[in-house]
Write a protein that binds this ligand. Structure first.
Ligand SMILES: [Ca+2]
Ligand SMILES: [Ca+2]
Ligand SMILES: [Ca+2]
Length: 291
């Protein structure tokens, strides 16, 4: 968690700031889509289109399964996700269900190279080949535990059988999509299967479902003002929208523990505040991000 301290003696209206320990950051979801309705403006699909998930329905982990529709793309086509007005952050995290549909050829055989490439602000963050057409083909992608949902089975579209088996993966289980260094207020992600093996959509394609993006690593809050309002004292601090904070207090600074002040405060702007009744004597405050 990230903590901003400030100490105040109400009797003297004196404030003392201390250094803030930083342990763990809260995550804020900035985009999520199940592709079951109208395509959101943040997605530029190129020639990709919404279509039923066919045999992929139900594949996935509880609460995160292929369902209804997904966004299906031919190879070579680029799908772009553009996010703006991101809150301050240090990391970005991706989750999505990835469908490898029909006779993708992986690495090394006819014609070699069907690679899924993912970029973040033009930097390549993932490039792996996917192979469905025959068990002898080489696929560079090795899913982490929990990441592979189906492999070399008929899930619809072309086929069944022959070269047209299908595979499914939960990329949310892959650490390569987590904790990506990023600080800008805009993020542009692209998804494309590229390489010399690109073929017709009836031969091979791919799709995504349950796409989610979150940011984490929020700046530590800093108490900016403490003031008396009638019979209350109000504490204000720098904040990030949609991040939740907890104020704590104690009456004697040497005391070992801090007391939680309820309720927690979820910021709706770049400032947040909390008011409590003014009491005799002194009181010390600190504020932290709720992990
Ligand atoms: Ca869906
Ligand atoms: Ca198929
Ligand atoms: Ca191919």
């Amino acid at each position: 968690m990230q903590i901003g301290h400030i100490f105040i003696r109400i009797t003297f209206i004196a404030a003392i700031a201390t250094t803030a320990p930083s342990v763990r950051a809260q995550t804020a979801v900035v985009f999520t889509n199940t592709f079951d309705g109208v395509l959101p403006a943040e997605i530029q699909p190129g020639t990709a289109f919404l279509t039923g998930v066919q045999g992929y329905a139900g594949l996935g982990h509880p609460g995160n399964q292929f369902a209804s529709q997904f966004l299906r793309s031919a190879t070579a086509n680029v799908v772009t996700l553009t996010l703006t007005n991101l809150p301050p952050h240090r990391m970005i995290n991706l989750s999505l269900l990835f469908a490898a549909i029909d006779s993708l050829d992986g690495t090394g055989t006819y014609p070699s190279g069907d690679y899924l490439s993912v970029t973040l602000d033009s930097s390549l963050i993932f490039r792996e080949s996917f192979a469905n057409a025959s068990p002898s083909q080489f696929q560079s992608y090795v899913a982490p535990p929990g990441g592979e949902l189906a492999r070399h089975v008929d899930l619809g579209f072309s086929g069944p059988g022959s070269y047209y088996t299908d595979s499914a993966y939960d990329f949310g289980a892959d650490s390569r999509f987590q904790g990506l260094a990023h600080t800008g207020s805009t993020a542009v992600l692209t998804f494309q299967i590229e390489g010399v093996g690109v073929q017709d959509i009836n031969d091979e394609s791919w799709a995504m479902d349950n796409l989610g993006v979150s940011v984490s690593g929020h700046p530590a809050p800093v108490i900016t003002e403490i003031k008396r309002i009638s019979t209350n004292v109000m504490i204000s601090w720098s904040a990030v929208s949609n991040v939740t904070y907890r104020l704590q207090s104690k009456t004697n600074l040497p005391d070992a523990s801090w007391n939680d002040l309820a309720p927690t405060v979820t910021a709706i702007s770049s400032n947040a505040s909390f008011a409590e009744p003014l009491r005799p004597g002194q009181r010390f405050y600190r504020v932290m991000v709720v992990p």
